[in-house]
Design a protein around this ligand. Sequence first.
Ligand code: BGC
Ligand code: NOJ
Length: 814
Amino acid sequence: MKFGYFDDANREYVITQPDTPLPWINYLGCQAYFGIISNTAGGYSFYRDARLRRVSRYRYNNVPYDLGGRYIYLRDDDSGEFWSPSWQPTRNDLEDYTCRHGLGYTIIGSRYSGIEAHSTYFVPLGEDLEIWRLTLTNRRSKPASLSVYSSIEFCLWDANDDATNFQRNFSIGEVEIEDGVIYHKTEYRERRNHFAYFACSRKTEGFDTQREAFVGPYRGWEKPLAVERGKLSNSVAHGWAPIGAHHVELQLGPDETQEVIFLLGYHENPQEQKFDPPASQTVNKKTVKPVIAKYLNFADVDAAFEKLRQYWDGLLAVCQVETPDVHTNRMVNIWNAYQCMATFNMSRSASFYESGIGRGLGFRDSNQDLLGFVQMVPARARERILDLAATQLPSGGAYHQYQPLTKRGNNDVGSNFNDDPHWLIVGVAAYLKETGDWSILDEPVPYDNAPGSEQPLYEHLQRSFQYTLDRLGPHGLPLIGRADWNDCLNLNCFSDTPGQSFQTTTNKDGKVAESVFIAALFVLAGRELAEIALRRGRTDEAQRDLAEVARMEDTVREQGWDGEWFLRAYDDFGRKVGSKECAEGKIFIETQGFCVLAGIGLDDGRAHAAMESVAKHLATEHGIILQQPAYSRYYLELGEISSYPPGYKENAGIFCHNNPWVMIAETQVGNGDRAYDYYARINPSAREPISELHRCEPYVYAQMIAGRDAPTHGEAKNSWLTGTAAWNYYAVTQWILGIRPTFEGLEIRPVVPKGWRGFKATRLFRGVTYNIAVTREGEGNQVALKVDGEPWESTVVPAPVEGQREVAVEVTLK
Ligand code: BGC
Ligand code: NOJ
């Protein structure tokens, strides 16, 4: 069952009923000011950091699940009836409802009692504000007297503090109101130089800034007293819960349309110009007034909206494909790329499943996110790499997470996830291949942000590599530390105390438990590093790296192979994890996918065997599950993985992030049919018809789909912020379609289904547009290339001569 449809021409998903199985959300803003918005206008906004600069308040995990947001109320002043044109929070029976989630904007349209309303929400490029543009049309035969009420609940900046230290907050909230603009200035009197504002394009009849005055005692957002009464009370918040609400009155003749703009923004004043007059405690509004005036102007709002569209035209134009499969086209051309922007911006911090409080940007996560993002805005990828590297520790290890506002490592979580450092090499290699910008390797970058500790980025990569060599275990495999990619494989944790964090509790000294996954990652990263070293003329280093890689490969073959598949790990007793010998958890997906994609076993039959084992033991109709058999009880020596009920999350859920590893591995063993089949199983667009089961948005990937051991097999959870976005984008564009940036140029080597007659693609690469046409002549994966009509013996197309901006590449598959 569907709850909407894809409008590919407009690059929108159109939701046609408000009560979707879960809130189906979108992101506003893609640079510094961000908002999350649901299909019923729920959600919140923040500046840069969802924890430290929260603009509006949100209560997670609410009843209903999504309550609190950018709510507008309409009131028929003749009858006194009122409703929310976004359905929530009043939930009237709307006559018509559509929510168009587009790229950086959301338009919610509805009709109730003959009044049509469209609210367009977006963040103009380069601005720290959001626009709510309300368009009202009277479809009645008579004139209508309407009142419009806006509402937003301000958050007192630090979202954690806001939710936890409310005894203090009840006394510190402060606002100012001037010319109908509501300024939220809590803590501005002391150390903050920023404030929020909420403005309206029309003359207002009144305002409220104290929540209780607006909603009324013992009431909620679904029935605000002020709206029911038709009058705001001009309340001024002193402590308690500051909000912004405006009241606008409109007379609408039959078929007449009128518009109102509401503006919610964040603004910083120079430290020495905080107050006006300077000796007062009044916010200096001179700096913000021009911004407000600009975006209360319809022509400027139109222009900003158009600019946003063009911006996305440009970003998406980098890679456009035309394959025989609509789901591939739609995801690659629109939604997967779009989701990669969200994961790049948010890492795993702020969604409807991540509070924005708990985590900042993850080191491993953000590095992997680059795989799906770097081609869109390389300059931002560069900046991110340097930020990430600056949180690396002198040991080569890394803070697991850092706060985007301060760019400092997060001490609560700390370090010792032993896979982390290698992802920096993977991220940098992706950047170099895409851009050819070798200068990044010379950038001086500190360790742990300590001034004076700067070393070229290249040196950071060396330390990443060395980190593992300094931490090898009894079998010569990398020690796992707190966890590797699988956060829940906590082999040194041994926690028997409720509430202890599996990730930060360490009861073993960590000298025994080893990870075959990190070994594979080491091999992959080591090969990249050697390539980089070679191109920098560091032949000795390259040779050393390759020797270590070869040694590690041997170790994996000898110690990491179980006969039909790769082992997963050794626990603190030196016992195998992910082996036939285990009672449960006999086979894991991560090492099958990652060993093969790192090239291990391609020449000795192991890769092929591992892929057959995945197909036999792990593949389900809804995707590939993480391991089998699921753990049916808690294993002290394995940690969190065995804490989840069978079939969920890391305990045999379909953890979508690692499915593309197997897709890539399948392309490496030459099985395009299977690679594509696995791709299609978790492709959200392909799953749209089973939305009642899948439940999450059909336009973005979710972190997990319940595995076959779960009672709800096929149900997705935790949409949007997942490494699945980048890895699927990377797998399908670079390995299945085979359009792959390399250090030398753009490689084209598709491994597509036998039944495909061909496909077309355009790829903007280092300033040149490659027009690629692939035609199948045989059933295999042999590639013959013609470049601008001339036969070309390699699969890598080098850069054309200076000045040439387009290259035609004809590809024949045999
Ligand atoms: C991951 C989850 C995991 C959790 C454990 C997070 O980093 O998203 O997959 O279950 O850690 O608390
Ligand atoms: C989600 C985390 O963000 C990611 O870093 C991790 O690899 C997966 N969970 C698997 O545990």
